[in-house]
Design a binder for this molecule. Structure first.
Ligand code: ADP
Ligand code: ZN
Length: 730
């Protein structure tokens, strides 16, 4: 479909039908269609290769668009088509396969194609920069994919695909099996670790190596410290040795500075990192190196999944269970699921690695859609940590710690060991309450959870970021008896010191690590043994390696486990195992003590007795009974408006439209209901949950439904969006 111009423009008529070239352009506007344009009149002979940027008139504006294809006939009358104003690139920024991937992702996540493409590009390429100082593919220079690279170890599958696949396919097709010669030691392009790989690592490497050159997804299910990263490194070394490129996606880079060092120090070639905290110039340069093929390893966060890589031969998604891999606003894609689709499009293996795989991923492995590789033991001498539940009902607590836990801590400290305490709540106290009248703080954004922070003193809304001064007297009854309820990490740190006067305590959370370099400094201090007790939030769960820690205490288990989201038990179990996995990574075995008031809970029992695998089996049974993912597929339709009822009314109308579609008997719409945090920043939010047993059916329905929703009458100030495979239900 093309933009319909109201004016007749005599200049825009093509000269002769035989020579008509119609350019299909993706424009960054909230519409799902491409727009047809005619080439500029004065165009020097240009090759209309998809992937070049064009400057186009759009309404009264001028926008940067992306050429997606060339056709001979438009559905629009030629006379109505406008001309492209200028051609911005000589060489395509994105290859056909990249455009196909983006087209698929835009369709799957129900996001406007132009917006999807332009969020995938680095910021310096989104705007009009006619004479960009460094064009991504410099003039006269061919892409290195065309220079003869070193002979590949393995042949690539057929890789050219037409751009914009309009029918979204489910992202998880099955790969085929095939025998390849086994992995040989020393075949790593000369890069070796200082130890022998264990048999499980060799099996994993052999299996993945045998899939080079074709699509095959792997789940590398290995306990923390089992040597997963070592497996990645050895395989990437092979990819680099064969002159090809590897892509490693991680949930966060800033939190794990060691990881990057480990890759760069062990691997030859050029490693570049890509994440949004980079300086714009570094990001632009790294993106270009990736796109040109000079970077042999790209290590990036979720948006790096779209970076062009002309010789991509292996994708790794590390910590694949991590919710940070899903974009939570705008173009809400899952970098993990897009990665699987990308591997399929370029015909290469993909490794999803985790000690605590997402239930969706485990389910795919159980159904043999993914080849399931297991590293059940810790590498080297390290022993697995021992988990135990500590019933704190009716127990006296000091600083939130039971007597038993305090005694265990004292023993470890006396033995010269380190301790980690996990409390997933920042700030000093989660509630400030008036003891006289019961007043509690509430943010003007509607969030009732104002957290008290003392350094510096303020009441802080963790939801919208507003900070308010701490009142000295109750704003309601003027009483001076304001009390702090509950405990965050700041308070824990303060109360812990008098209990362990000899110990040096470090707190690691997003407040204590605000300053640049502070996280690195704290992590190093812990690793060097300068700290005896480290306490913090889930930042501690992120792949750090603290060999001296022998005891981990988890303090607020119950609150996390019973949060109001069907994924809360899964998330909590993953946190427990990940936090526990930080302990005893060297020779000394670690123990993990979980304080709880519900020690009999079946999911906790499963986790304790059968580990994460046992927990996952029990939780998967519950999901099956409740018809929740991975046994059903979900999509959320969200709406927000300034008027309280407008959002709900829109969703009611949407639900009525859903009931009228062909597949309505397969689709269940629940709601609409106000969102759990219904009123945010002056707007009212509501949502409608859609559930369906089959993914392709849900996809067909959503596509159709979306086109109906786009035509619905609504006020300009009402916003709506879709979230496919939502991770957070609010
Ligand atoms: P994961 O990524 O699964 O947490 P790593 O790859 O980081 O595990 O390995 C944990 C530690 O064990 C690292 O210090 C690593 O160098 C070491 N290691 C890995 N493989 C072996 C092996 N086969 N023998 C001895 N040590 C190993
Ligand atoms: Zn607020």
């Amino acid at each position: 479909m093309s933009e319909i111009s109201s004016e007749y423009n005599a200049n825009s008529v093509g000269d002769s039908a035989a020579m008509t070239v119609i350019l299909q352009v993706a424009v960054p506007v909230p519409l799902t269609t491409l727009f047809d344009y005619l080439p500029p009149l004065d165009a020097a002979p240009v090759e209309w290769t998809p992937g070049i940027r064009l400057l186009v008139p759009f309404g009264r504006r001028q926008l940067v668009g992306m050429l997606m294809g060339v056709i001979a006939h438009s559905e629009q009358a030629l006379a109505r088509l406008k001309r492209v104003d200028a051609v911005l690139d000589e060489q395509p920024l994105l290859a056909a396969v990249d455009l196909t991937l983006l087209g698929w992702a835009a369709a799957y996540y129900q996001h406007p194609i132009g917006e999807a493409i332009f969020t995938a590009l680095p910021p310096h390429l989104r705007k009009k920069s006619l004479k960009s100082p460094q064009p991504p593919f410099s003039k006269g220079e061919e892409k290195p994919v065309d220079q003869s690279p070193p002979a590949p170890l393995f042949q690539r599958g057929e890789k050219e695909k037409p751009p914009v696949d309009k029918s979204p396919q489910p992202p998880f097709p099955k790969g085929e099996e095939e025998e390849k010669p086994p992995f040989e030691k020393g075949g790593l392009g000369g890069f070796k670790a200082g130890f022998e790989l264990n048999p499980e690592q060799i099996t994993a490497i052999n299996a993945i190596q045998a899939a080079f050159g074709r699509f095959q997804p792997f789940l590398l299910d290995g306990v923390t410290g089992s040597g997963k990263t070592e497996v990645y490194i050895q395989l990437i070394a092979q990819v680099i040795a064969s002159g090809q490129q590897a892509l490693v996606i991680v949930p966060e880079i800033g939190l794990t500075p060691q990881l990057q060092t480990r890759f760069t120090s062990r691997l030859p070639g050029v490693t570049v990192v890509l994440h949004s905290a980079l300086k714009a110039s570094d990001r632009a340069r790294n993106w270009e190196q990736a796109a040109l093929g000079t970077a042999t390893l790209v290590l990036g966060t979720r948006s790096a999944i779209f970076v062009p890589l002309p010789r991509l031969a292996l994708i790794v998604v590390d910590e694949e269970h991590d919710a940070a891999l899903k974009q939570q606003d705008g173009f809400r894609y899952s970098a993990r699921d897009v990665a699987v689709r990308r591997a399929q499009l370029v015909a290469c293996p993909i490794i999803l690695g985790s000690a605590t795989p997402a239930l969706e991923t485990l389910h795919n492995a159980q159904r043999e859609r993914y080849h399931w590789l297991q590293l059940p033991r810790r590498a080297g001498a390290a022993q697995p940590p021992k988990f135990s539940l500590l019933d704190i009902r009716r127990q006296p607590l000091r600083a939130g710690l039971s007597t038993v836990l305090r005694e265990r801590m004292q023993q470890e400290l006396s033995a010269g060991n380190q301790i980690m305490l996990f409390l997933n709540r920042r700030g000093y106290a989660p509630v400030l309450i008036c003891h006289s009248c019961g007043w509690t703080g509430k943010c003007s954004c509607g969030d009732p959870r104002l957290t008290l922070h003392l350094t510096p003193p303020r009441l802080w809304c963790h939801h919208c970021g507003r900070a308010m001064p701490v009142p000295r007297h109750c704003p309601s009854c003027k009483s001076a008896d304001l009390r702090m309820l509950g405990r965050g990490t700041e308070r824990l740190e303060e109360e812990l010191q008098p209990l362990f006067p000899e110990a040096t305590i470090a707190r690691i959370d997003s407040d204590s690590t605000q300053r640049r370099g502070e996280l690195k400094r704290l992590l190093n201090a812990v690793r060097r043994g300068e700290v005896q007790i480290v306490l913090g939030t889930q930042m501690l769960a992120k792949g750090h390696d603290f060999p001296g820690i022998t005891l981990v205490g988890i303090l607020d288990l119950d609150r996390m486990f019973y949060a109001n989201d069907f994924r809360a038990p899964e998330r909590t179990a993953q946190l427990i195992v990940q936090v526990g996995g930080r302990a005893g990574r060297a020779e000394r075995a670690g123990q993990v003590i979980l304080q709880t008031r519900q020690p009999e809970h079946p999911l906790l029992q499963a986790l304790l007795h059968d580990g994460y695998r046992g927990f996952a089996a029990a939780e998967l049974r519950e999901r099956h009974e409740a018809e929740l993912p991975p046994f059903a597929h979900l999509a959320l339709l969200r709406a927000d408006a300034t008027e309280e009822l407008a959002a709900l009314e829109f969703l009611r109308e949407a639900k009525r439209l859903a009931a009228e579609t062909v597949e309505s008997d397969q689709i269940f719409a629940l709601g609409p209901a106000p969102s759990p945090l219904a009123r945010r920043v002056g707007r009212h939010h509501a949502q409608l949950l859609v559930q369906c047993g089959e993914r392709p059916q849900l996809q067909r329905f959503l596509q159709h439904w979306r086109s109906l929703l786009e035509k619905l009458k609504r006020t300009k100030e009402l916003h709506w969006s879709m979230d496919i495979d939502p991770q957070d239900m609010f």
